[in-house]
Design a protein around this ligand. Structure first.
Ligand SMILES: Cc1cc2nc3c(=O)[nH]c(=O)nc-3n(C[C@H](O)[C@H](O)[C@H](O)COP(=O)(O)OP(=O)(O)OC[C@H]3O[C@@H](n4cnc5c(N)ncnc54)[C@H](O)[C@@H]3O)c2cc1C
Length: 416
């Protein structure tokens, strides 16, 4: 048995595509075999086969953010959800949809709009899938209006790492008794289960959407203005962006009925001297601030700490994207200082920077997540700056849901 390729050992699974392609490199691991079950039942068989063969898998949706998490200890195959896609049900009267996990977000959005609703998920990424967004608990700036992914999910069908197909919640959230396990699975990044499908509560399409922008020479003032703007009735998103030498910008998206949007826009204009810009500018700012950098960190913050923390970080050569109303901040950088030798990866040059992040997190009584980093940095540190106290619970949960470590072993906090 030893020495045979993963594909060879998994051949013959029914209703499951198996392909050997150009190896995909994720965090230094090269994975060439792709297993794509075409139904939840085939997914159960695939996971049972992986267990029986002692193989490990990385779940893949659109593949936009496979690098988030600690380094995987092993990964023999990519377990693709592309065969689990489709709009299974869309109730245009109630605004409830049941969608396959592999459904591209763009397709789910279009189906919702056609039925007169909106999909309240705005995570970016070309070809991002519903399952990938839920598994990553990925949010975009519109979470201020849409709320977080866990708030819009009514139910999930999942296959655990043990191979059990289970359902939590459903068409109506009242189906949940006891602990709502969907809250655990959302954000578990493919380490406990594979999400097969989800019931989503859609939101009514707004009558009017307006994106307003203002610049400010003063970053602190921009943060204060952003926080106030986040409290407007129709504020659907509010970001403060700071990119190197450019002036800080505040972008506020208003969405709702015509009267409220126009009233809020007038009030905001009086306060901030805003100009109206194309709605697409919001996604462009986000992509520019977060895309392509060597290191990206997500840091939760109390609204009262925003100004001080943003001022402190802005003295380093980084891009900041702050969501004052949502209580978190993205920090992206390529070097730690302007002097030669400040490129990271050289010796221990990042240590003082991480000490500063640890201090900020301690003051905020929170933790941060290193969402992107070079492999050598990930070898040195846990990307989840969690205190060690929840680790025994995390270990017990992993053991219960994925006893043989089939799903992305090593990727969770504490390298579990
Ligand atoms: C330019 C850019 C900006 C971004 N900005 C943000 C941002 O501001 N905030 C934010 O939160 N995210 C952000 N993201 C992340 C991104 O939106 C999502 O993480 C991604 O789109 C998820 O979709 P995917 O299908 O590509 O998932 P993938 O990248 O394929 O997978 C993401 C994770 O989920 C797991 N997974 C995938 N499908 C399933 C499933 N069905 N069941 C269980 N596990 C699964 C994978 O193993 C992996 O750990 C950004 C991405 C890009 C490219």
């Amino acid at each position: 048995m030893m020495g045979q390729s993963a594909s060879h050992r998994l051949a013959g699974l029914e209703n499951c595509e198996l392909r050997e392609g150009t190896p995909l490199e994720i965090d230094g691991l090269e994975i060439a075999s792709v297993l794509a079950p075409q139904s939840p039942e085939a997914l159960v068989d695939a996971i049972l086969a992986l267990r029986a063969e002692g193989l490990a898998a990385l779940v893949v949706g659109g593949g936009n953010r496979l690098e988030v998490g600690n380094l995987a200890q092993r990964a023999d195959v990519l377990l693709s959800t592309r065969g689990l896609s489709g709009v299974h049900e869309l109730d245009a009267d109630e605004g409830i949809a049941r969608l396959g996990a592999g459904t591209p977000l763009a397709q789910a959005r279009a189906a919702a709009v056609e039925a007169g609703w909106e999909l309240p998920l705005d995570a970016p990424g070309p070809g991002a899938t519903l399952g990938g967004v839920l598994a990553a608990a990925a949010t975009g700036p519109r979470a201020l209006g849409y709320r977080q992914p866990r708030d819009v999910v009514l139910g999930l069908d999942v296959v655990l790492g043990s191979g059990d197909l289970t359902r939590c919640g459903g068409r109506v959230v009242k189906n949940v008794t006891g602990y709502d396990l969907a809250k655990l699975y959302i954000g578990s990044r493919g380490t406990l289960c594979v999400i097969a499908s989800a019931w989503i509560r859609l939101v009514p399409s707004p009558q009017r959407v307006l994106l307003l922008e203002a610049s400010s020479a003063d970053l602190g003032a921009a943060c204060r203005a952003g926080l106030r703007a986040s409290r407007f009735n129709s504020a659907r998103s509010c970001v403060v962006s700071f990119e190197g030498d450019a002036e800080p910008r505040v972008l506020v998206e208003l969405a709702g009925d015509e009267t409220t949007v126009v009233n809020d826009a007038d009030q905001l204009h009086a306060e901030l001297e805003t100009r109206t810009v194309e709605v697409a500018a919001l996604d462009a700012v986000r992509a520019r601030s977060l895309g392509g950098h060597r290191l990206a960190v997500r840091l939760p913050l109390l609204p009262s700490r925003f100004e001080a923390v943003v001022e402190r970080l802005s003295s380093h050569p980084c891009s900041l994207l702050a969501y004052p109303g949502l209580g978190y901040l993205h920090v992206a950088l390529d070097r730690v200082g302007d002097a030669p030798g400040d490129e990271f990866g050289e010796g221990d040059s990042m240590a003082p920077w991480f000490e500063m992040m640890d201090e900020i997190a301690r003051e905020a009584r929170g933790g941060y997540v290193v969402e992107r980093a070079p492999v050598d940095l990930k070898q040195q540190r846990d990307v989840f700056s969690t205190s060690s106290s929840p680790l025994p619970v995390l270990k017990a949960i992993k053991q219960r849901f994925d006893p043989d470590g089939v799903l992305a072993p090593g990727r969770s906090a504490g390298r579990i």
